[in-house]
Write a new protein. Structure first.
Length: 99
């Protein structure tokens, strides 16, 4: 578990578990009173979850360290929704795996 009491994403690496872990982290960092049932791929990080750029960078850094991936700064700047973040993480995970 991480410092927010959220299970480590490394502990469960299936796609649904990864998705659930990312959404839990976002909701834990958000002041919005939403649950996992309230969000989907189109949910805006900034407008719906009130996730600032600084919070997003912090969360991304934590996920990079935990998953052993790298999300470049330009790509991070283009992330607007939960779906964008998940695609970026999944893409980085695929690049990490040997062909």
């Amino acid at each position: 578990m991480d410092h927010m009491g959220v299970p480590s994403m490394r502990e469960k690496m299936t796609a649904p578990a990864l998705r659930e872990g990312v959404i839990r982290r976002l909701l834990a960092a958000s002041d919005a009173k939403l649950t996992a049932a309230d969000v989907n791929d189109a949910t805006s990080l900034r407008e719906d979850l009130d996730i600032s750029s600084l919070i997003l960078v912090t969360l991304a850094t934590e996920m990079e360290e935990e998953l052993g991936i790298s999300i470049d700064d330009e790509e991070l700047g283009r992330i607007q929704t939960i779906g964008d973040l998940l695609k970026s993480i999944e893409s980085s995970l695929q690049q990490k795996r040997p062909a």
